[in-house]
Design a protein around this ligand. Structure first.
Ligand SMILES: [Zn+2]
Length: 555
């Protein structure tokens, strides 16, 4: 049944009985790039009914449907798998085998608040009367046992307080990779108390990956509470000497691959260029359509916002801590002022309006403007809406590893991620001209020049902030965004962002907090920059020979 909705391809979502937000069915967008159109699109993409668009879930599936329907409505060419609009990214959820359990006599510990399965994904491993041995502290090499005394046993390890007399989970990674444990039957680290309950729940929920490998030989590993470890060893860990033997373990430990309920998809479309030769080359315009989903424990929206404004101004990227005595009255005051405006609202959806609903709305607006323009650029414009950015740049990695157009024909890429904020309320040194620029000149100065020129021609140019692009920058943004998957194949690539803010990765990242006027200016600048590069006589020259795409990223 084809519903003649404005966004025809959304029929599938309606067929599924998950109606679109009312405002989405009402509003019609115009050919121009306008704040009103961006608002229309963003209120749809980031609506609660999209559930925070986790890859593999219905929300991200609907977002991809909407984006494809827009590309179709605008008359672009589908450029996904097999001539469709979509490139499916084969995610699975790699999660602990729910049957995982360790048993010693009457003591029995399963996956949950006392135990999580860690380390490299392994096939489920059966344990039968495996002797346990206390292996000392992972971060005390002096007390470590020789590999032979660990072979074939379940080695129970602790984490000792570090120089700052704090036990840190940081020591864990090294332990799990330590070759001394390679012949153990199981590695058990008694350190679950160092992880918050939501972190334990998140790890046990598994992670989305396209790497479906399950090792049949790697050593299985678990992290358990010190109390559970003592119960399995059959004695307290306090004062235990490394090498102390304990009870015998039965049970099973491992991972399982779970298919995701909905295919996670990149959406790929072409606005075909006019030049008979250059139309087979592409300027890629990208953003990511996924976000981080929803929580199971709602919070009060305004309370969180009042708290974060004072304590966590960079949202999830600010350290998590309690408010100080000095901060509490300020939080109280701002919450009281919000209470005068509206009642409390329970919120559990991480809407991802800015991250990256803003970039998604922007590439759709650029597509609509270009489709409405009389002349076509000489080269083609390749629109790629990536999924899986939040789980490790997976969608862009999959696209650049399996491009649906010849990779060498992609002459440049412009990524937009979080282009909807950047006001003076969001960042101390931000405002109407604030724009973070990553990667613009790293591979091709000529490419950077084109971007600067397009910006300089704007009615109110942005001030390109290259601070986060500095070599060795601690935040390593150059390696942490989708543009990098193009850059690793030596495609001149840039990421534009208007910066972080208190709602970053929070349930409060909602469309009503977006600065649409300035967002429209970013979108228009990117439109012009893409046309400049698409109309160049020659493709942007690389300043250095191509590098091996497998080389690790260095900022
Ligand atoms: Zn993002």
């Amino acid at each position: 049944m084809r519903l003649r909705l404005r966004f025809a391809a959304l029929s599938a979502a309606v067929l599924l009985g998950t109606p679109l937000p009312a405002r989405a069915q009402a509003a019609r967008t115009t050919a121009a790039i306008t704040p009103a159109d961006l608002r229309t699109r963003l209120f749809l993409i980031a609506d609660d009914s999209m559930g925070g668009r986790e890859p593999g879930g219905i929300g991200d599936w609907k977002a991809a449907e909407y984006i494809a329907s827009e590309f179709k409505r605008l008359g672009l060419e589908p450029a996904g798998d097999g001539g469709s609009w979509f490139q499916t990214v084969p995610f699975v959820r790699m999660k602990p085998d729910p049957a995982t359990r360790l048993i010693a006599g009457t003591v029995s510990v399963g996956v949950g608040p006392e135990l999580l399965v860690a380390g490299r994904p392994v096939t489920p491993r059966r344990l039968a009367a495996v002797p346990t041995i206390y292996g000392g502290a992972v971060n005390d090499p002096a007390g470590a046992l020789p590999a032979d005394s660990i072979a074939g046993r379940a080695v129970i390890l602790t984490i000792a307080p570090g120089p700052n007399s704090v036990r840190s989970i940081g020591a864990l990674g090294a332990a799990l990779r330590d070759p001394r444990y390679a012949r153990a039957a199981l590695v058990v680290v008694a350190a679950l108390d160092l992880l918050g309950p939501e972190r334990v729940a998140a790890i046990n929920a598994g992670r989305l990956t396209t790497d479906t490998a399950l090792s049949a030989t790697a050593v299985p590993a678990v992290i358990i509470t010190p109390a559970a470890a003592a119960a399995l060893l059959g004695r307290s860990l306090e004062g235990a000497a490394a090498g102390t033997g304990g009870r015998r373990l039965d049970g099973t430990v491992g991972f399982v691959r779970e298919p995701v309920p909905y295919p996670a998809r990149n959406v790929v479309a072409i606005l075909r260029g006019s030049d008979p030769v250059r139309r087979h080359q592409y300027v890629a315009l990208t953003a990511h359509n996924d976000h981080v989903g929803f929580d199971h424990a709602p919070v009060d929206h305004d309370s969180l916002r009042a708290f974060d404004r004072v304590v966590r101004p960079m949202g999830a990227d600010s350290p998590s801590r309690d408010a100080t005595a000095e901060e509490r009255p300020r939080i109280r005051a701002s919450l009281d002022s919000l209470r005068k405006l509206r009642p409390a609202r329970a919120d559990s959806i991480r809407n991802g309006a800015d991250d990256d609903g803003s970039g998604t709305a922007s590439i759709l607006e650029i597509a609509e403007r270009m489709a409405g323009e009389r002349s076509r650029p000489r080269r083609s414009i390749l629109f790629v809406s990536h999924t899986g950015e939040e789980v490790g740049l997976v969608g862009s990695g999959w696209f650049t590893d399996h491009p649906t157009v010849p990779r060498d024909s992609i002459v440049a890429e412009i990524d937009q991620d979080m282009v909807g904020r950047g006001t003076a309320q969001d960042l101390p040194d931000a405002g109407p001209t604030y724009l973070e620029v990553i990667g613009a000149r790293r591979l091709s100065r000529e490419f950077g020049d084109q971007l600067e020129a397009a910006n300089a021609a704007q009615p109110v140019p942005f001030v390109f902030n290259y601070a986060y692009d500095a070599p060795g920058h601690p935040l390593q943004y150059y390696c942490r965004a989708d543009h990098y998957n193009y850059a690793r194949y030596s495609i001149p690539a840039v990421a534009f962002s208007r910066g972080e803010h208190l709602d970053y990765h929070q349930v409060t990242d909602e469309p009503q907090y977006i600065d649409y006027d300035d967002m429209a200016r970013v979108s228009r600048m990117v439109h012009d920059a893409a046309l400049r590069v698409a109309d160049m006589d020659h493709r942007p020259a690389l300043d250095a020979p191509k590098r091996d795409p497998k080389e690790p990223c260095r900022q």
